[in-house]
Write a protein that binds this ligand. Sequence first.
Ligand code: PDD
Length: 287
Amino acid sequence: MSIAYLNGEYLPLAEARISPLDRGFLFGDGIYEVIPYYGGKSVGLMPHLNRMADGLAAIEIKNSNTIEGWKELLDDLVARNSDIGENLGVYVHISRGTDVKRYHPYPEGVEPTVFCFCFAIKDPEPVDRTKVTQYSLVSTEDLRWQRCHIKSTALLGNVMHFQEGYSTGSDEALLYNANNEVTEGSSCNAFIVKDGVIITPIQDNQILPGITRRIIIDSIKADGSLKIEERTVTMDEVRNADELWITSSSKEIAPVTKLDGKPVGNGEVGEIWEKAFAIYSASKFDY
Ligand code: PDD
């Protein structure tokens, strides 16, 4: 049975309750994280906790724990949930808390609501371009807000974009801005490969500072055998790319072989994907 953490207590997930006056429920006023654990070992725990602290500071919600305190809490929660799976995603959600009325300004003296639970995630994909799951995307204009660097629980814009892909039989929606430049996916970051060079859009307010994205960039730079660049990527470049990948804590590095019904590159998973995924997989637990 899945054991959740809610405001200092451990309890069965099905029994967790919050007030309908919680500002997370009323306004999407909160910050969240999804952290992967494989066989009890986390990937990017510290960067996830640091990003969460940055998000809380950006919207002026008190961080009720130290980084060390969070680590202890989440490691403990994972241990308590070992029966639900070998590999777990840990969801952490901190909302501004429960007020006595519905009123927009940040209330004084309200304690944040802290909610965490675990869910089973798939085994990592094989580092084998002939066996890995292939993804198909649709592209669509990014119509979300201008603070996509904040990992807010207000995800309606992302949900609507995800649905655009899902309802047409695709796995994700690849988003581009008014200048025809790629931002990210509705729940992931994006990378292309052209002539052996890996390229990903720069980190600004249009994209989430993805932890998987960061680990990929850092591990590839540390390895030194592949070229990687952070720069603006246009949709024309995507359509002419040799490879397209989407990345997230749950998907790791997922190769995309179809975009808007057309093959990406030669329509097969690329060699650079395999090399990059091997580098990432060998070092992901170091982050
Ligand atoms: N999604 N961009 C968006 C909009 C995301 O929602 C996510 C993650 C990412 C990738 O970030 P990371 O590598 O830190 O997981 C990029 C999570 C997994 C989710 O909402 O379920």
